[in-house]
Design a protein. Structure first.
Length: 158
């Protein structure tokens, strides 16, 4: 029986740290990991050879270049999506995951979104955008149920 293809995607930093808490799942699937390319993330090539790709690092702090980087990442996401063809996309957010999840939804992948541990009471921008299209929306704080009534409380990833 062929393993399901699962794409794990997040931006760098805390979102990636949360996503990597799920690495025990990697061996159960034909998995692929996508995050932003930073100096610190290049080490992941050694740990996950042939299972990782990188998007352009972008932060909203750089208001002039950010829209262009996001636009380019949309095209890179489409390329990676068509190359990997995942059955599932699992993400802890943020902006790098948005385009991939939208592309995945168009092409029929199941979307599993895990709202970040960092938000206890409020919605994230990516959470707001992906909540309506997610097949499974998981929150790490029970208090977020008031913001995301259809979400599943999964407890802390850490």
């Amino acid at each position: 029986m062929q393993k399901k293809k699962v794409l794990f995607i997040s931006s760098t930093g805390g979102h990636l740290s949360e996503l990597l808490q799920l690495k025990e799942l990697f061996s159960k699937y034909d998995y692929h990991l996508i995050t932003e390319k930073t100096k610190s993330n290049l080490e992941l090539k050694k740990e996950y050879p042939n299972h990782i790709n990188f998007l352009i690092y972008g932060t909203k702090v750089h208001k002039v270049t950010y829209p262009f980087r996001l636009f380019l990442n949309c095209f890179k996401s489409l390329y990676f999506y068509l190359k990997i063809k995942p059955d599932y996309i699992i993400t802890t957010g943020t902006h790098t995951a948005g385009p991939m999840c939208c592309i995945g939804k168009i092409f029929g992948s199941r979307i599993i979104y895990i709202e970040t541990f960092a938000n206890i009471n409020t919605k994230t921008v990516t959470g707001k955008l992906l909540y309506p299209i997610s097949d499974k929306f998981i929150i790490q704080w029970e208090g977020l149920k008031k913001n995301y009534p259809k979400a599943t409380y999964g407890g802390w990833i850490f």
